[in-house]
Write a protein that binds this ligand. Sequence first.
Ligand SMILES: Nc1ncnc2c1ncn2[C@@H]1O[C@H](COP(=O)(O)OP(=O)(O)OP(=O)(O)O)[C@@H](O)[C@H]1O
Ligand SMILES: [Mg+2]
Length: 481
Amino acid sequence: MAAMASGASQSAVPLASTAARDARIATHSHIKGLGLDEHGVAIELARGFVGQKSAREACGLVLDLIRQRKFAGRALLLAGGPGTGKTALALGMAHELGHKVPFCPMVGSEVYSTEVKKTEVLMENFRRAIGLRVRETKEVYEGELTELTPTEAENPLSGYGKTIVHVVIALKTVKGTKQLRLDPSIYESILKERVSVGDVIYIEANTGAVKRVGRSDAYATEFDLEADEYVPLPKGDVQKRKEVVQDVTLHDLDMANAKPQGGQDIMSVVGQLVKGRRTEITDKLRAEINKVVDKYIQQGIAELVPGVLFIDEVHMLDIECFTYLNRALESTISPHVILATNRGQSTVRGTEFDGAGVTAPHGIPLDLLDRCMIVRTLPYSQDEIQGVIRIRTGIEGIVVADDALTKLTELGARTSLRFALQILAPASVLASVLGRSEITVQDVEQANSLFLDARESARNLQSGMLGSAPSGSDGTLMDVA
Ligand SMILES: Nc1ncnc2c1ncn2[C@@H]1O[C@H](COP(=O)(O)OP(=O)(O)OP(=O)(O)O)[C@@H](O)[C@H]1O
Ligand SMILES: [Mg+2]
């Protein structure tokens, strides 16, 4: 996942969905794991986590079960009031699993789309959360690139512009150098991989796919600080057999096979433009892919890596999705599922036919709830709130005076942790407008007077200050607690 994210930030046009996923995680950037010791006991303040010990320990236990592959067919439900760290816990678990295990975060409301069926969105995310590690021995050409010369010629068709007819490269290993004359399509993938002279690359002999391994360590002393990874000059011959390990998700395989593989003629190009919007992957295609994957697993070429699907705000799903989840959880290739909700007793979406619908704990039907292991997150104490605020001020680079920190903590205890964290940024702007680099009590008070917290706003509505009274409670656990 980390590799993917860095790739997206390098490319000129980052994918919209990737950017959205990043933005949602940004408020949790201080969370680096669950912060448990070797016995699985929560450390008071570790890896960005403060307090919430028993929930952290429970999550750690679930991680152990996941690692031992004993959590299939079950789900973990994180339940607790708003701002008690449910999303943070799930992201902490993702960190603990590492980037070799796929982690697919989604929000319950993502399933509602006019273009794609609800269950289709769920299925897609399920398949995003199942990885496949493919080991193949391939015929490759590997070495440090010492020459890259594309040969151009007049375009025979139009008379304008030039086309590349072939490209000559030279690859160097410890044993020697070999010059290769390549097809222009390989030149395109060389450009795509942003390969330049001095990089260690390999080219797959039968597909022509180019992979950049890293920068040759002959260049390692050029700069003091660089993001590049240095690799030694490959040993042996340029042409050789190499074991290549690739991590893909089932969704990647679906997508790769769903794309129209049309030719270069005009009709197929137009066809691709029209099909530019989201295509549904058919069940038939998935079944085909499953069959191929099964075959690979049996032959020992591939290994299944069940990852984690995290559905935040799970009460936003409706009864159709819940029944689908039940079935999907029981299928043989199911990822591990983590759900989070801040609702207490509430109506299950999609059951309100005339008048009241079915009410259930957390807005989740009982049959799904029965498959869940439930972990409760508890409201924070003053000390814990202060701890989180301290961490966030460090991350956001904000300096807070001691009495202002006390004030923020009180505010957090009276309203919510999230409100206290949200007030940090405006308060620091107010401080800098007045030419101060440190947030004082006045800044906090002023920011607090400018913005309402949830309870205050609700009270104003109830007292009719802003118009009509609310029709009822939204059923969050905040009201229960
Ligand atoms: N124990 C904790 N340690 C450090 N930071 C925390 C802790 N709990 C919560 N936070 C931070 O507080 C903020 C609010 O927490 P979070 O978003 O996880 O709450 P939530 O339970 O998901 O709330 P909601 O039900 O509204 O979605 C986040 O920025 C989160 O990273
Ligand atoms: Mg949340």
